[in-house]
Design a protein around this ligand. Structure first.
Ligand SMILES: [Zn+2]
Ligand SMILES: [Zn+2]
Length: 287
């Protein structure tokens, strides 16, 4: 068993077990430092932190964010960020709100370009309609930033214009900067899932500010680990490891801590976090 596991899921996303159960089981398996990395939520971290009091585990704040890279879904792991950081939590609640959340993202992006309209006003304009770009356009007209709805689409909201947000998912750059601004670091999860050209995809993410790659993953064999180590060194990326534990019992699944992640590699990962002075909850429980 490895003594660290930095990719775990709980009932707060698509895992089977509660954060408390995951922490207690990690400790029972001989793991001493973990990150709980639920999909697009930090909701389990308070409970996980409380559970470290009785288990003596060291907990790092974590999350797994879905992003879109060249039309393919990629997963990025954030570690060691401040879970109360506003822009990060604002994005996560926007995700939960669906179309309304997407509109709020448009409003936020437009504000970055100096166009200050209010999300509440856009909702008023939409009334009972399902909120979308036409309502944002009318708010822009009302505020005098554009001359007409057509003008709003031409300049800001049409396909490919800066305020055009169709994706529910973040771009990798957005995700990386959200986590960086919250004081954390970003690793790409299970790089092999990026497909045949995963090496190229990781290289692209590296140019976008990625900090590391998940190199020691549940069922990876020695050869895969070696090729990931080589790629990470070539790209100047740090290395993390995790079981991606969901508790589902699928064929390739491993128990918490049952991963090809040696003590040296764990130490390197933890030193990397310390060097980067990650903000986040670096909690040492009662010994
Ligand atoms: Zn994933
Ligand atoms: Zn995962």
């Amino acid at each position: 068993m490895a003594t660290g596991d930095f990719h775990l899921h709980s009932t707060c996303s698509d895992g089977v077990h509660t954060p408390t159960w995951v922490m207690e089981t990690a400790a029972a398996n001989g793991v001493s430092i973990v990150a709980l990395t639920d999909h697009d939520t930090t909701a389990g971290l308070a409970e996980a932190k409380a559970a470290t009091q009785s288990t003596g585990l060291r907990l790092i704040s974590g999350i797994e964010l879905s992003v879109e890279l060249n039309g393919v879904e990629a997963h990025l792991l954030g570690f060691g960020f401040d879970i109360e950081h506003d822009p990060l939590q604002a994005y996560l609640s926007e995700q939960r709100e669906g179309r309304v959340g997407r509109m709020k993202r448009m409003v936020r992006v437009l504000k970055e370009y100096g166009l200050a309209i209010k999300a509440d006003r856009v909702l008023e304009i939409a009334g009972n309609a399902s909120v979308g770009r036409p309502h944002v356009a009318r708010a822009l007209v009302e505020s005098g930033y554009v001359t007409s709805v057509a003008d709003a689409f031409d300049k800001w909201l049409g396909d490919g214009r800066p305020g055009h947000i169709t994706r529910d998912r973040l771009t990798p750059e957005e995700a990386i900067s959200l986590v960086h601004e919250a004081g954390g670091v970003v690793f790409v999860a299970h790089p092999l899932f990026l497909g045949e050209n995963y090496e190229q995809s990781v290289a692209t993410l590296a140019t976008m500010g990625l900090d590391g790659m998940e190199t020691y993953y549940k069922h990876y064999d020695e050869e895969t680990v070696a090729s990931h180590e080589a790629l990470s060194k070539e790209l100047g990326l740090a290395r993390s490891g995790g079981s991606d534990y969901h508790g589902l019992g699928n064929p390739n699944d491993r128990e918490i801590g049952d991963i090809p992640f040696g003590d040296m590699a764990i130490e390197e990962f933890v030193s990397f976090l310390e060097e980067r002075k990650v903000h986040g909850l670096m909690q040492t429980g009662a010994q």
